[in-house]
Design a protein around this ligand. Structure first.
Ligand code: IVH
Length: 728
């Protein structure tokens, strides 16, 4: 047998056994046999790279290569659902449908509590997996989704459309979630809030090998495509199941309100036995023709609604109350509870928010309390069972001084929390600032975790973020759990952090309210730390996203002498305190200022802004007399439009903008025939993130226009309503 035939055979068998195990729950071979076959395949693929295949079952183990996620525009928007919280509200929804289209069959399904995903299949192969994002654009997480064993990489059976999308939910089963959190606890890492956040967070992991180990699952519940060969939803999902997708059995066609109510009542309890989280039932009109008749609101289809289960509650005893001090000095009361099982996980701690909340509930240690799980990091206490209060209980007096450094606490106007004002001398605040500074999204100093930072602090090696840059390997090596190699690694990554771009440095400083996005805007607007430092309040609020509150926090931060000393030392260490000038792709927009507003078909807003800068133009946040062009997209703010008209500013469309770039690029070409994607391509690959069509395999381009993109000439009108109508 040739290696090529053996590879093909192994792939076929592994795909089949994978499906048996992860979709049907009916394995036919032992894990050992499976692993042996997988090993053989991986070895053969390594030896014969010419037979590589992105959908080989070997991709399930993932790769350690890290990837940035490019954004992709959904061919059909990913909408949300209207929510109902009572059967009455739900019956009103059914009444409305009956009134509009008469009696309609309804399909009831579980509402899976994970993170939405859209899978695109072309010629029966998975070509794209995208997150929901803002519904219009999401992230391309294909490499990560390929590691989810229940997602078919190649379809089975027959009858699948050549190109279609199937949507569903990536879930983290409770068993995977508990195992993951146990591992994190053992490693001293912060715990994940709930399976939903864990699933979403896992999909955004940079290395797919991490995703592969996390035990995600994927359930599909909705097909989308042009001219799907079905007349109703039920049929489409039954077919999808035969193609190898995991489609839940917990579905029912209901013809009466009573049947819908039965389904809900049954699953409200039965869901507790399910191995993954659900938070409601989705009720959908079955017939596609009726769906088309019913249409959409701006955000959601009118043919479907979600019924949300009431949050599960548990009653348990409040043993004691701790107070945590965060990096900003904010104090949070945290309840220690007698462990109790709630929505599939054991709860031991819950937040009590602040003094006011506690007073409102009149909560006291020893009380029996109701705990609920929202989407938050830790569950919350929603009430006290006063009938069970111990006779000798006394009202709880809130603390008046910092539980760590004993400085008297303060309250700031308009803030519910107490603060410890001793920023420079209170251990958790100092540690919190350093830990924030080294985070991946900030200075990305690898090898330094929370525990190591504590170690450095306790050995008086680091008192603030600037001290990190004075560290030497000889100082670190003798510390417990470190050693020479880790010490060298840490010093290496501290040194590399001096290359981190200015925007992230600004975020890393941990100025109150200055998150990642605000830091980017500030960096873009001011260009250097000195400029931010010297800006007046009025100048600060001119930057996008910066309001009075943020401006004041920035001013306050730089007014502090200690902070300024730290910045001087960071400067000496070579940390980037200025935005790097970018190499321009051309000068053709030099001297022109643009305001971008609304949503666009071919580019995201950020892409447009990037294109403008790459070609020497300037982006302005607001329309003013200095604006040359307003690039107007769908749903742009009417106020902006009015102002632009009043000031006589040229209002151009996305196509006009593309043509403007293209015109200057290739004066000999006919501007009218130059496609948007070609124009974008001049700015390098990052600027041409297009529709899935643009990124698909080479064959998918056959029969398309030269650029393969979904530009206006071939696709249906860019009217979002027309496109929504195709989503079934
Ligand atoms: S249908 C047009 N079916 O709920 C709406 N969604 O609140 C298409 N979800 O974003 C969605 N289970 O992530 C549908 N059986 C189900 C679902 C479901 C969970 C999620 C989905 C959606 C959100 C809407």
């Amino acid at each position: 047998m040739t290696p090529q035939t053996r590879i093909a055979e192994l792939r076929l068998q592994l795909d089949r056994h994978n499906y048996k195990y992860y979709v049907e729950n009916a394995p036919e071979i032992s894990d050992f046999e499976f692993d042996t076959m997988m090993r053989e395949l991986i070895d053969l693929e390594r030896e014969y790279p010419q037979y590589a295949d992105p959908n080989s079952p070997s991709v399930r183990v993932g790769s350690d290569l890290t990837s940035e996620f490019r954004s992709v525009r959904h061919r059909f928007p990913m909408l949300s659902l209207g929510n109902t919280y009572s059967l009455d509200e739900l019956h009103e929804f059914i009444d409305r449908i009956e009134k509009e289209v008469g009696q309609a069959e309804l399909v009831c399904e579980l509402k899976f509590d994970g993170t939405a995903i859209s899978l695109t299949y072309e010629h029966g192969e998975l070509v794209l997996a995208a997150t929901r994002g803002d519904g219009v654009e999401g992230d391309d997480v294909t490499a990560n989704v390929r590691t989810i064993r229940s997602v078919p990489l190649r379809l089975q059976g027959k009858g699948w459309p050549e190109l279609f999308e199937i949507r569903g939910e990536v879930l983290m089963p409770y068993a995977s979630f508990d195992r993951l959190n146990a591992e994190r606890e053992a490693a001293g890492e912060p715990l994940l809030a709930n399976p939903r956040n864990a699933a979403a967070g896992t999909l955004k992991q940079q290395a797919s090998s991490v995703v592969a180990r996390r035990g995600l699952d994927c359930t599909l519940y909705q097909l989308a495509g042009d001219n799907l060969p079905f007349t109703n939803h039920w049929e489409s999902l039954q077919q999808a199941r035969t193609w190898g997708f995991k489609v839940s059995d917990a579905m029912r066609i209901c013809r009466t309100r009573a049947e819908v109510d039965d389904f809900i009542n049954h699953w409200d309890t039965a869901r507790r036995e399910l191995p993954f989280p659900t938070d409601g039932v989705v009720i959908k009109v079955n017939d596609f023709a009726l769906r088309r008749q019913l249409g959409f609101t701006a955000k959601a289809p009118k043919w479907a609604v979600a019924y949300k289960f009431k949050a599960e509650q548990a009653l348990t005893r409040l043993v004691s109350i701790d107070f945590q001090v965060g990096r900003t000095g904010a104090v949070t009361p945290v309840a220690n509870l007698e462990p109790v099982l709630l929505a599939g996980t054991t709860v031991r701690r819950a937040t009590l928010h602040n003094a006011e909340q506690m007073a409102l509930l009149d909560i006291r240690p020893g009380d029996m309390v109701y705990v609920e799980k929202g989407g938050e990091i830790i569950p919350k206490i929603t009430g006290v069972e006063h009938s069970e209060r111990p006779a000798d209980s006394r009202p709880f007096a809130y603390i008046t001084e910092c539980p760590v450094c004993h400085t008297p606490l303060v309250r700031y106007e308009g803030e519910a929390k107490h603060y410890c004002p001793n920023a420079g001398g209170c251990r958790p605040q100092i540690l919190g600032r350093i830990i924030h500074f080294i985070r991946r999204k900030a200075m990305d100093i690898e090898g330094l975790g929370e525990e190591t930072v504590e170690l450095l602090y306790d050995h008086a090696l680091v008192r603030n973020v600037a001290d990190l840059y004075d560290l030497r390997a000889e100082q670190l090596a003798p510390l417990p759990r470190l050693g020479e190699r880790s010490a060298e690694n840490i010093i290496g990554s501290i040194r590399r952090s001096t290359e981190v771009p200015f925007a992230r440095v600004l975020f890393a400083l941990g100025i109150r309210f200055v998150g990642e996005t605000t830091a980017k805007y500030l960096a873009g607007h001011f260009g250097s730390l000195d400029a931010v430092m010297n800006a007046s309040r009025e100048e600060l609020v001119e930057a996008d996203e910066v309001g009075d509150r943020i401006a004041d926090a920035i001013r306050e931060y730089f007014a502090d002498e200690e902070n300024r000393r730290i910045i001087d030392r960071l400067r000496e260490a070579g940390v980037q305190l200025e935005a790097k000038a970018r190499t321009l792709a051309s000068n053709r927009l030099a001297g022109k200022s643009f305001v971008i507003s609304g949503r666009f078909l071919n580019h995201s807003r950020d892409e447009l802004k990037e294109l403008i800068e790459l070609h020497g133009g300037r982006n302005l946040a607001a329309v003013s007399a200095n604006t040359d062009y307003l690039v107007a997209g769908e749903k742009m703010g009417p106020a902006k439009l009015k102002k632009a008209e009043k000031l006589g500013i040229r209002i151009i469309s996305e196509e006009d903008f593309d043509a403007m770039l293209a015109e200057a690029e290739a004066p000999e070409a006919e501007p009218a025939e130059t496609s948007a994607a070609e124009a974008g391509a001049t700015a390098g690959p990052k600027a041409v993130d297009g529709t899935p069509g643009t990124e698909a395999t080479p064959d998918s381009r056959a029969g398309r226009a030269t650029d393969g993109s979904a530009t206006a000439s071939e696709e249906p009108a860019p009217d979002s309503r027309a496109r929504q109508g195709e989503l079934f």
